[in-house]
Design a protein around this ligand. Structure first.
Ligand SMILES: Nc1ncnc2c1ncn2[C@@H]1O[C@H](COP(=O)(O)OP(=O)(O)OP(=O)(O)O)[C@@H](O)[C@H]1O
Length: 324
């Protein structure tokens, strides 16, 4: 194989540091926060799902939101993106007050989240899914939509953007396939590509690694790292601690609706309670070795871990299948 054909070795990318001000503690202020939330509470009957006193999300960094099942991560995601309303609390995104604002408006301001490919979206093609992610479509506006020249031009622009993104995410050959025919990992790539159609400032990813087989893990991680390099902010919920350690610049730990710890991954993961709850006995195995991203000996612990990750992925994938 000539040098030209040799795939480039993955480049280890720098973590962003110096994100906080003062001593690290739950709710610590950030040097340049993109989201600032205060007193956000959401109850369901007698159960308090989210009870966050203060939280700040650093701009142009990758923040992981972790915590055990039922900690309130998804509920907080839903609140921040306007898909749910809090009992009380307020927050700003990029200086805009968002509490009470609907999901559509939140997305227009540049804060988007990925969506799982539902059964209905699976019946659309990959390209049609991408088009759904575009914002400010003229066709949605009844009056402007009556001027065919305007929407045809916009349609062409949207398709061009979709094609560029599909190529980047190596889904261009799947453009006219039904989305349901994609593998778990390709679906995750499509979810991310679709979110990027609206040229967001903040991308929120819901369990980006769930259901992804090791062959696509590296590609997904690289795409997430690319988002930061392109100037975006990433906030993601994830159970895979190895992924969190590998790509997050900052980690926020929730339990029982509250923020119980936060900090750079290495520091948070030294926290005894966090180690016991999430890392188990494999905490020193690097995800990069498991996925082949970094050269290293696949020792017994790594082999065990790869099998464990696979099993967890398939459990999560099964749990997420729509109930009949
Ligand atoms: N629509 C709802 N109605 C009633 N209870 C809810 C609703 N949504 C969430 N809850 C409850 O709120 C709590 C927090 O749930 P949430 O899904 O936010 O946790 P999570 O940290 O995302 O968990 P997981 O990691 O399992 O997805 C749980 O006890 C859950 O049962």
């Amino acid at each position: 194989m000539s040098n030209k054909d040799t795939p480039a070795a993955p480049v280890q990318r720098e973590k962003t540091t110096g994100l906080h001000k003062g001593d690290i503690a739950p709710g610590v202020a950030k040097v340049d926060p993109i989201i600032i939330a205060d007193g956000v509470r959401r109850t369901f009957g007698g159960l308090t799902a989210v009870d966050v006193d203060h939280i700040e999300i650093p701009r142009n960094a990758i923040t992981a939101l972790i915590g055990p099942n039922g900690a309130g991560k998804t509920t907080l995601f839903n609140l921040l993106t306007g898909f749910d309303k809090p009992d009380e609390g307020k927050w700003t995104f990029n200086g805009h007050a968002l509490a009470g604002m609907g999901a559509h408006k939140v997305a227009r301001l540049g804060q988007v989240r990925t969506f799982q490919l539902t059964k209905a979206l699976g019946l659309l093609t990959v390209l049609e899914n991408m088009k759904l992610g575009a914002k400010d479509q003229i066709g949605e506006n009844i009056f402007r939509g009556m001027i065919p020249k305007l929407w045809r031009k916009q349609e062409a622009e949207i398709e061009a953007r979709a094609e560029v993104l599909l190529k980047k995410f190596k889904l261009d050959t799947k453009s006219s396939d039904f989305a349901a025919s994609l593998s778990g990992g390709q679906r995750k790539l499509l979810e991310m590509a679709r979110a990027l159609m609206s040229e967001p400032t903040l991308v929120m990813l819901d369990e980006p690694m769930a259901g992804v087989n090791p062959a696509l893990t590296e590609s997904l991680l690289d795409h997430i790292l690319d988002l930061k390099e392109e100037g975006m902010t990433v906030l993601f919920v994830e159970h895979d601690m190895h992924m969190v350690r590998h790509i997050a610049d900052w980690v926020i730990v929730m339990a029982e609706g509250k923020v119980v710890a936060e900090g750079p991954p290495d520091e948070v993961m030294k926290n005894k309670a966090v180690i016991d709850a999430y890392l188990g006995s494999h905490q020193d195995v690097d995800l990069g070795i498991v996925t082949g991203r970094i050269e290293g000996e696949l020792n017994t612990a790594a082999i065990d871990l790869a099998a464990e990750v696979k099993e967890i992925d398939s459990t999560i994938a099964k749990r997420k299948e729509p109930r009949k």
